[in-house]
Design a protein around this ligand. Sequence first.
Ligand code: T4K
Length: 385
Amino acid sequence: MIDNKNRILVTRSSMPSLDEYIEEIRELWDSHWLTNMGKKHNQLADELKKYLGVTGLELLVNGHAALEFTIQSFDFAPGSEVITTPFTFASTVHSIVRNNLTPVFCDIDPDTYCLNADQVEALITDKTVAILPVHVYGHVCEVYKLKEVADRHGLKLIYDAAHTFGEKVDGKGIGNFGDASIFSFHATKVYNTIEGGCVCFSDEELGKKVYFLKDFGIVDEENITGVGANGKMNEFAAAMGLCNLRHLKEEIDKRREVIRRYRKNLSGVRGIKLSPDYESGKVKGMEVEFNYAYFPVVFTDEFGAGRDQVFAKLAENNIGARKYFYPLINELKCYEDMGWSAKEQTPVAYDISMRVLTLPLFADLALDDVDRICEIILSAGNSGG
Ligand code: T4K
């Protein structure tokens, strides 16, 4: 039987105290203004702009809507190609396909697991309109190389930055790279508004288009000039965001300690490959202020036990690690008609997806629990006997 009380899951939502949240939402009982770009919504947009160091930001109901509306805002011709990664959450590729565009999969970098910037150019055709990389796990794509390729070919560069809230690259907010970057504020993220997301941009016109799309294409009470939808963030979500923003630094500091402990326990173990250590200096030539979003571990053959064995052993001990991101998107049932071959077209992504496990990580994860999780992992492999 599952012992839910003592179960450790891959993450746990950060929340303010109940009193703090109640204080934040109290005025909604006076105003009765619950959604449609209310006071909390606008305050949060202003605060996030400052926090992320960006000039343009539009809040949305979730990260997926942010991406789908952003892509739609560019008005790409149906059937145009968008180069992206298969090593991501389904949302990334669904956003492309739901805009009647064709995803073209590029393999990933074997160390950061982000789109391999050196392989993008070979995939560009006369139908390519955009590159859509993902800063997966909070690891940073090679932003300078990607910009150079995009500029040289006149392509849009749209980042799925769902995992990189608050990160900086060479001192600059990560939302400033590319034509647009979307963030997710889902309950499982470093920063949450329960559900929520945003897009950051420097072109004001792009922001206006996203706003128009998220509000049904309404111009005013008597004019609706486009077929938009509903992507608005409500006041309760925005209130949660205002509260969580106050505690974010503390949350990130605690997550850093958890990751340090994992690294201490697992570094140098034969057959265990850890992700880049952004604290130890530049990675791919970039100074990154990391947000400690995820802790993926890759098990190579030398470990003596496969990823699925480690996963099962953790599960037996009530520990819910996750196989983010397996299966790859180019292997999903919903796309099988498209005839992609993950193994042949994106072999590095395929290999990593078969070996990776994302370990539990949240601010209040006790360091003793981290030690216990590592002991269980080690006991599954050669070193544990
Ligand atoms: N692009 C990328 C690269 C993404 O990773 C995502 C979302 C998006 C775009 C789209 O952003 P959003 O539209 O979601 O804002 C989760 C999240 O639902 C999803 O947001 C996230 N990526 C994805 C990687 O993970 P699941 O299906 O794994 O979630 P679930 O329900 O299994 O939750 C995982 C764990 O989190 C649970 O075991 C416990 C904990 N949890 C979960 C919930 C729902 C909480 O502590 N509180 C909660 O309320 O997808």
